[in-house]
Design a protein around this ligand. Sequence first.
Ligand code: HPA
Length: 251
Amino acid sequence: MSETRSRIAVIGGTGMNRWPGFTLEHSEAVETPYGAPSAPLLFGHIDGLRACFLARHGDGHKIPPHRINYRANIWALKQAGIEKIIAIAAVGGITQGYGPAQVGVPHDAVDYTYGREQTYSDGSDLWSLHHVEMGEPYSASLRGVLLDAARSADVEITDGGVMGITQGPRLETPAEIRRLKQDGCDLVGMTSFPEAPLARELGLDYACLAVSVNWGAGIGSGGIHDEIEQSVEAGMQKVRAILRVALTTLA
Ligand code: HPA
């Protein structure tokens, strides 16, 4: 295997705090002007394909969505030479196409979060004022790679969807899910923003591979935690199959 470093990073979240099959070559505990990322950057390979892995919620999955240092995470990846980020996000489903264990690639988003450091344009000398365009919040080309990879891997995938991003860590109420649906959201997660706009500010390609692990509150018939337990592994198996093909394409 050549010594060139990977330009592709996978950010793993709930259900993928580790990447089964990923062989670690070295781990880098880095610092950024914004502090330390959630965890060391892990460089290694899977099936001979190089990649970098970052556990969004930290070692042991302890950092809740509203306390993640998103700016440090994205800056650390940029600093490491990463050009493309595939962000895995466990989500709740609101419309058909995002039922439990279904995977999809959202194309748009509504941000309901608050109080998060969501930009590098904070008036400091580190970064000048940028009004980044969010007409296409997720990279169209990287979305295409993920969709094609799913088809090649024979994994059913939902093309598009509007992601609502809520503050967490609590789940939503049924009325909140109804409001998200009225707003046009198809799925709901807690981390895709500010990840996507921060990646855009730094010029990184960013797409989200969303794995529905439950129906949003008030939609399904059972308990949400039971649903999550039943569907998370099936969903993550699909994610791993898609990633293998996507990394081959991007290599
Ligand atoms: N809501 C928000 N985020 C989530 C959910 C949900 O129902 N399930 C997994 N992540």
